[in-house]
Design a protein around this ligand. Structure first.
Ligand code: TYD
Length: 143
């Protein structure tokens, strides 16, 4: 598995705002605005500000996270000591997460609705839920 430098693939996405006198509209088309075909969508709301969600890495799934309402933060780690924090605070921006990065979502505002677009259907077996296991796999791929 070539997981090395996956951290470099993490990036903020900015979508065009199609605003007029009726309000705003943002388009996220799979394969165009989103760097994969979208197979699954879920959203997270009603999470208290002191809760940390995520805390996993995925072997197969790529994600785009968009706070369509409210705000949250996403911490990303590569298992080699590098980490980055992204603030999701505008409905027309998102963060792209490739496979094999550790992610934690936290600091949810009361009104946060975090929309998550996924490249794969849900498969529990491709989730790595222990940080130690993640680091071992990353180290293994580095040899
Ligand atoms: P979990 O991965 O813990 O959510 P988060 O990443 O936000 O912390 O998912 C919570 C529960 O929902 C867990 O039992 C798995 C289940 N689940 C599905 O069945 N399908 C899905 O697409 C997702 C994201 C979760």
């Amino acid at each position: 598995m070539d997981n090395i430098h996956n951290m470099n693939k993490v990036k903020m996405l900015e979508f065009a705002e199609h605003g007029d006198e009726r309000g705003k509209l943002v388009i996220a088309e799979g394969g165009l605005d989103i760097p994969f075909d979208i197979k699954r969508v879920f959203y997270i709301y009603g999470t208290q500000s002191n809760i940390i969600r995520g805390q996993h890495a995925n072997k197969k799934t790529e994600f785009v996270l968009i706070n369509v309402a409210g705000t949250s933060k996403v911490k990303v780690k590569d298992g080699e000591g590098n980490e980055a924090i992204f603030c999701l605070n505008r409905p027309h921006t998102g963060v792209y997460l490739p496979t094999m990065v550790w992610k934690e979502m936290y600091d949810f505002s009361d009104d946060s609705v975090l929309l998550v677009l996924c490249s794969e259907h849900y498969d529990a077996s491709e989730y790595i839920r222990k940080y130690d296991d993640f680091v071992k796999i990353i180290r293994g791929s580095d040899e």
